[in-house]
Design a protein around this ligand. Structure first.
Ligand SMILES: [Zn+2]
Length: 1019
């Protein structure tokens, strides 16, 4: 028999030991062969003692813990007692070895810096699992070894250097004694890691060194090393501890994590962490469930500034450096932590009420910040009023970042934006740029409530953040600047996302996320736009006021917490008395678009003077022609359907549930001439018969804007589904020729472009051009380049918002689809003037003219555009020049122009402007895609990591099985090596396959319909 070394955590009797306490003892023994046994009985009913026994292979550990005994090791928290190791007794004659010494070393014994294992080099081979460490989890989460309570980050950042240093101190709670703490870190060189066991009134804190191994998470594709496993010699006791890691890391080169940017010979550093890149900047528990305060200290070279999420508390100058100390933040998840560092300018807007709003820009650019400040101020007030919850995060800075992979990021207190979105010239900015700016600012501000105040606990519920922000942005902008027509734009976007959702490769809004790669893929149109469309459908179903009340309650109840979707549905169900949870699940948990069938019937009762009408409703899944998705009859939605009959202001509504048909009915003086099957813009498609469609189209003046847009969109969807002949385009679109409402014109332009891409045979092209020109003729008159018709910039009219926003659709369609020589000639005149001096041309005109002027451009035009990009006075001018570089029709000239992309003159994040423009047009799409393949390696070098993801979208240029095979052979293997590219490729190839099906099914019918009607000879 032998007894153990005594535990060395000496403790004093509890204060006021006679008071009842909740007692918890932890007994943790690690045996020689690494078998670990823990015993943690706890009594919460005021009992004053409890017993604990552990037996393993002949060893027996047995102790009774009593509140009053002085050896009770420590008091943690308010009333928790923790004993980490009491005694080990051999009770068997067979005992032949002893429990492993480290386990029996006292849990509180301090390691010293000269410990032979201290500061040991980190094994970064990534596959080594720390001795006995908890394994990785298949769901992509961290093993729950510790829960963070707060962070204290000290960073030393000099943007002129290639690396930075940091120390992360993280207060954690350990649920039970453990030898291991697992957290995230990617590409960090850990210099030292240790834990300080929480001090108690009785104990000095003790430092416990850890060895660190790095490993891949279970779900990680490509084996990305993202977890740090801290292994301690002996178990840390349950309760509070502080983990501290000192490290160095390179600045990131993929515009994520902490990265640096050079502008005008000056270096800056910025951050972008969502979804899982905070781990590239500091060791952390990088999951959105963990929301805790961050206190940041940033040391930078003297003369430059640092900004963080919270307000600067104090600044300390040293000989060479300045240290910025910031106030603790409100509880936030790691992905929302943000920094901006450099010789930055700051400008503040005057506001009557808090918060103060400042714009932070690179040197000398704050003069372009006034429009953004004005929009931020106005939209913030709008959102505060809608949510009935004051801005939650104290200070508010918006930051214009010169190189930025995303459009913007909602970091509380320090919202970052791509600078072209934020910095506009208040004298010259186009309405289109102002509108985009308002939308992106509204989106990021909406996140301050949806995502930042209440956070989705895991990435599978990302729609709680992004669907809401996308939904809210158009509401907020609509209230702030109705002229932008944002809510109607959103309704049109909800119709368009059905094309993505109808693909067999579409993902569900909510689906398992088990890796960083999965989390990255979730940031797509399905999460944002289908998420927003689902919220709109719920809102229409339960009523706007009820919806708003429920959301306000959701925000109040869950403020500063992370939640699952249940928290939202609880409020919606309660407020509405309906089963919103069940209804929403049919949209969120699987991909696909419901199609509602309508059969309108009417009984004309002339005697009574009124007619009774009804519409029989059914549902099925909408599928495009040639879809490889299975038509699953068991897949049904809960569809709230409303219809509007001719001459009636009120809607008749019903719910389609579980596949059962339903009926809506009404009475009218006579049988209604038409019934609109979706006046509320809910998430479903409908397919009226050709006759019903013609009735509705002829009655278009009685339809609202959303009703007209939805009618046109559904007509085109039924052509794409093979349920309607493309010949109907030729009958229906002319009925809308006198409709100059911008959203209607945009929908018509979109249909004409799609038809041009998919359905027009070469021999029908001239007739189709003439058809398109005819559709836009009267609209062109209304919004022509200039009032005098002289085509001179000096007589150009100053457009109102509507015509400015409509011009790209009308003149762009005429130039691109109808090849209208007059439009192209005028564009060239305006572009020449703009190239000489951008300020001489109204920006609203330039943004249409400059890209169109490239169509017939020669090589010399490339140099002119490159010069314009280089000397552009504003970001809007520069992007315009870049877009125009993707606009040449001649493949040879286009190829020369695209070569400019590979030069240093185009920044990585700007490549999208050129390629996006080139891939958006029929004439340049195929040559651009071929160019991407020919320069694949150079592009991959220019666009490291996931920045290359959009390159595979070129595969959508295919529209025949032969082309699709070619694309498959080139892209499929390559896409495997780019995060998020595999899904994009699958969608692009499927769209290409649908294009091929539609062409072979419908092109001949359109050709036939476009033939001039035979003239009847006169007698
Ligand atoms: Zn967002």
């Amino acid at each position: 028999m032998w007894a153990t070394v005594a535990n060395a955590t000496v403790a004093q009797p509890l204060q006021n030991a006679s008071a009842p306490v909740d007692l918890k003892v932890g007994l943790n023994v690690v045996f020689e062969d690494d078998v670990e046994r823990t015993c943690t009985p706890s009594y919460t009913d005021g009992r004053r003692s409890c017993a604990c026994q552990v037996s393993e292979r002949g060893f027996h550990v047995d102790r009774t813990a009593t509140v009053d005994q002085p050896w009770l090791p420590m008091l943690t928290g308010s009333r928790l007692l923790t004993i980490s190791l009491l005694a080990a007794v051999c009770v068997s004659p067979a005992c032949s070895s002893t429990p492993r010494r480290p386990a029996l070393a006292s849990s509180g014994a301090a390691s010293t810096p000269d410990d032979s294992r201290s500061g040991r080099a980190i094994n970064a081979d990534g596959n080594q699992v720390a001795d006995g460490a908890p394994s990785t989890r298949d769901d992509g989460r961290l093993p729950r070894t510790a829960t963070p309570l707060r962070y204290d980050l000290s960073l030393s950042i000099d943007p002129t250097q290639s690396t930075f240093r940091g120390t992360a101190r993280i207060d954690v709670t350990l649920a039970e004694p453990t030898r291991h703490v697992v957290l995230h870190g990617r590409g960090l060189a850990i210099k030292e890691a240790f834990a300080t066991v929480a001090a108690s009134p009785a104990l000095a804190a003790s430092k416990r060194l850890a060895t660190v191994t790095q490993r891949a998470t279970a779900g990680a594709r490509g084996g990305a090393i993202e977890e740090l496993v801290l292994a301690f010699e002996s178990p840390l006791p349950a309760g509070s501890a502080t983990i501290e890691l000192a490290y160095a890391a390179p600045f990131d080169d993929e515009l994520s994590g902490l990265y640096r940017v050079k502008e005008n010979a000056t270096w800056y550093a910025f951050t972008h962490f969502e979804p899982t890149d905070a781990r590239r900047a500091f060791p952390c528990f990088d999951e959105p469930e963990f929301k805790v305060p961050f206190t940041m200290h940033v040391t930078v070279p003297k003369g430059i500034r640092a900004f963080a999420n919270s307000a600067e508390q104090r600044r300390v100058d040293d000989a060479q450096t300045t240290s910025f100390h910031f106030e603790p933040t409100k509880p936030i998840p790691t992905y929302l932590v943000a920094l901006a560092i450099g010789d930055l300018d700051v400008k503040e807007v005057h506001r009557a009420a808090p918060p103060a709003i400042r714009i932070v820009t690179t040197k000398g650019r704050s003069e372009f910040g006034s429009l953004a400040l004005e929009a931020t101020s106005g939209l913030l007030d709008t959102l505060t009023e809608w949510t009935d919850f004051p801005y939650p995060f104290g200070k508010l800075d918006i930051v214009a970042v010169p190189e930025f992979a995303a459009g913007a990021m909602e970091n509380p207190g320090l919202i970052t934006f791509r600078d072209d979105l934020l910095l506009l010239d208040p004298r010259r900015a186009s309405f289109s740029a102002r509108r985009s700016q308002a939308l992106v600012i509204a989106h990021e501000l909406a996140h301050q409530w949806f995502g930042n105040l209440v956070t989705a606990a895991w990435w599978n519920d990302l729609w709680l953040n992004e669907g809401f922000a996308a939904w809210m942005e158009s509401r907020a902008v609509d209230r702030w600047k109705p002229a932008f027509g944002a809510r109607l734009d959103a309704a049109a976007a909800h119709l368009r996302v059905m094309n993505v959702d109808g693909l067999g490769s579409a993902r569900a809004v909510r689906q398992p996320v088990v890796s960083s790669s999965d989390a990255g893929e979730a940031f797509d149109a399905i999460t944002y736009t289908k998420g927003a469309a689902t919220l709109t459908t719920i809102e229409q179903w339960i009523g706007e006021k009820t919806f708003q009340d429920a959301i306000r309650s959701y925000l109040r109840t869950n403020a500063f917490r992370s939640v699952h979707a249940d928290a939202l549905f609880r409020e919606l169900d309660k407020a509405s008395g309906k089963n919103v949870r069940e209804m929403a699940a049919t949209y969120l948990d699987s991909p696909g678009v419901p199609e509602v069938s309508t059969n309108a019937l009417c009984n004309n009762k002339r005697v009574t003077g009124s007619s009774r009408w009804h519409v029989e409703l059914g549902q099925q899944m909408w599928l495009p022609l040639g879809s490889n998705a299975k038509l699953d009859p068991s897949k049904t939605w809960t569809v709230p359907v409303c219809v509007r009959a001719a001459g009636q202001a009120s809607l008749q509504c019903a719910e389609l549930a579980q596949g059962a048909p339903a009926i809506v009915a009404g009475t009218a003086p006579s049988c209604p001439a038409w019934v609109h099957p979706n006046p509320t813009g809910s998430y479903y498609r409908f397919t009226p018969s050709d006759d019903e469609l013609m009735h509705l189209a002829r009655a278009r003046k009685q339809l609202s804007v959303p009703e007209r847009v939805s009618l046109l969109s559904n007509m085109w969807a039924s052509v794409r589904a093979g349920k309607r002949s493309p010949a109907m385009l030729v009958r229906v679109l002319p009925l809308f020729d006198d409709d100059n409402e911008r959203h209607v014109v945009a929908e018509i332009a979109s249909i004409l472009r799609d038809a041009s891409d998919t359905l027009v045979e070469p021999q029908a092209r001239p007739a189709f051009r003439a058809f398109v020109a005819e559709r836009m003729k009267s609209r062109k008159k209304a919004i022509d380049w200039d009032a005098s018709g002289s085509g001179s910039p000096s007589t150009a009219r100053t457009p109102d918002e509507q015509s400015a926003l409509m011009r790209p659709d009308v003149l762009g369609t005429l130039g691109d689809v109808a090849d209208d020589p007059e439009v192209l000639k005028q564009a060239e005149i305006f572009a020449r003037e703009w190239l000489a001096d951008p300020a001489r041309v109204d920006s609203n005109l330039a943004l249409v003219a400059v890209p169109l002027a490239s169509r017939r451009g020669e090589s010399a035009h490339i140099a002119a555009l490159a010069a314009a990009a280089r000397t552009a006075p504003t970001r809007e001018d520069r992007i315009l020049a870049l877009r125009a570089m993707g606009g040449f029709d001649s493949p040879a000239v286009l190829e020369q122009s695209l070569a400019y992309l590979l030069s240093d003159a185009v920044r990585p994040h700007e490549v999208r402007h050129v390629l996006g423009a080139a891939l958006s047009r029929r004439a340049s799409r195929a040559p651009t895609e071929r160019w991407i393949r020919a320069h694949w390696d150079e592009l991959r070098t220019k666009l490291p990591g996931s920045l290359s993801g959009s390159l595979v979208a070129g595969a959508q240029a295919a529209c025949s099985s032969e082309e699709i095979r070619e694309m498959n052979a080139f892209y499929t293997e390559r896409a495997q090596h780019i995060e998020g590219a595999a899904r994009r490729l699958a969608e692009a190839l499927e769209s290409a396959s649908l294009c091929a099906s539609l062409r072979s099914h419908g092109a001949a019918a359109l050709t036939e319909a476009l033939k001039p009607a035979p003239t009847i000879p006169r007698r």
